[in-house]
Design a protein around this ligand. Structure first.
Ligand code: COA
Length: 331
């Protein structure tokens, strides 16, 4: 059975920077409140004409360039998004089209903030089963276009943002020294409505109703409940992959947690007993980009030389669903 390794990563965010001060002009909030409660200082939102699949394309092209392989080497695309460009089809086919690759499969997955971790697990299975050799895994989101930028939406509008990250994942042999050592994946649909976008949904007759745009069309979140579950599930899940891989927290070079909220990451770090230099955070500059947070952070860590080949790293994520999970990787 081959091993799986991440060959290279890429990221892309829109040029438009939205500061806390800009939000405070439209919403009853303040820079101080947002920094204190979330750690966020700024985020990126798309301009008219930009799209999630467009960000995914840029991130993917950068990842392919760093991997030093042409897009034609890809065997499959796994595209994680909770905010596809259109209700149907999903975003993967637009990326397949725009990368100008052959008729390779492009699979969308809808696991929200855990999207990249789930996507990577699929790529790992494709590769280990021998079905595919090179898989592109993408997390791409545009949250800003359905954000309630008003006092009513202030607990989400200050948090969520746009961006994309991509990883080229490829089969390798044992001599390469890289491998994905363990997985831990979960869901708990009992809490589906604690962080969700109600409409449009095919449960409604008809699916598209004008009045839903304002009443059910925005991301809605019970922040306190989400917080409570996130700070329990992520440490639990990281511990699970460490146990499965026969490793301990001291063996970890770096944990890359989903960038939900800086206070969540700090509590995850504390509960696992990790040092500051063992946990990477960049939510200050990007906000919460849902499925894109983990690959964007991974790309920054690689660029800054914080991760070298052979280092032990863990990825963990938690979000809407609830869905959560972790990967333990010998990079
Ligand atoms: N600016 C100012 N005040 C705000 C605000 C904002 N942007 N958002 C909410 N508030 C207010 C609330 O209206 C509430 O006011 P009230 O006491 O007069 O009713 C007060 O702040 C406290 O609200 P609460 O929701 O209890 O705050 P909190 O301390 O839980 O912080 C979050 C709110 C959203 C920052 C916090 O719950 C959180 O981070 N949750 C996790 C969110 C997350 O990570 N989601 C992504 C998971 S993938």
């Amino acid at each position: 059975m081959p091993n799986t390794r991440i060959l290279a990563t890429g990221r892309a965010v829109p040029d438009r920077v939205v500061t806390n001060a800009e939000l405070a002009e439209k919403i009853d909030t303040s820079d101080e409140w947002i920094r204190q409660r979330t750690g966020i200082e700024q985020r990126h939102w798309i301009a008219v004409g930009e799209s999630g699949s467009g960000l995914a394309l840029k991130a993917s092209e950068r990842a392919l360039a760093k991997a030093g392989i042409p897009a034609s080497d890809l065997d499959a695309i796994v595209y994680a998004t909770s905010t596809p460009d259109h209700f149907a089809p999903g975003g993967g086919v637009y990326l397949q089209r725009d990368l100008n690759v052959g008729t390779i499969p492009a699979l969308d997955i809808r696991t929200q903030c855990s999207g990249f971790v789930y996507g990577l697990s699929l790529a790992d299975c494709y590769i280990k089963s021998g079905m595919y050799r090179t898989v592109l895994v993408v997390g791409a989101e545009v949250q800003s276009t359905a954000m309630d930028v008003s006092d009513r939406g202030r607990n989400t509008a200050v948090i969520f943002a746009d961006g994309a990250g991509a990883a080229v994942v490829q089969a390798c042999d044992e001599a390469a020294g890289s491998e994905i050592l363990a997985w831990d994946l979960h869901s708990e649909g009992a809490h589906a409505e604690l962080l969700w976008v109600d409409a449009p949904g095919s449960v409604y007759h008809p699916r598209n109703q004008a009045e839903h745009i304002d009443s059910k069309g925005y991301l809605s979140m019970d922040g306190k409940e989400v917080f409570k579950h996130a700070v329990t599930r992520m440490p639990e899940s990281v511990q699970a992959v460490l146990d499965k891989g026969g490793k301990s927290t001291e063996d970890l070079t770096l944990l890359i947690p989903h960038q939900a909220n800086l206070r969540i990451s700090e509590m995850v770090q504390k509960r696992l007993g990790l040092r500051d230099d063992q946990v990477y955070n960049n939510i200050q500059r990007y906000g919460n980009t849902t499925s894109a947070t983990v690959p964007i952070a991974l790309d920054e860590c690689l660029e800054q030389g914080l991760i070298q080949r052979g280092d032990l790293i863990a990825l963990t994520a938690f979000g809407s669903g609830f869905l959560w999970g972790s990967a333990l990787i010998r990079y």
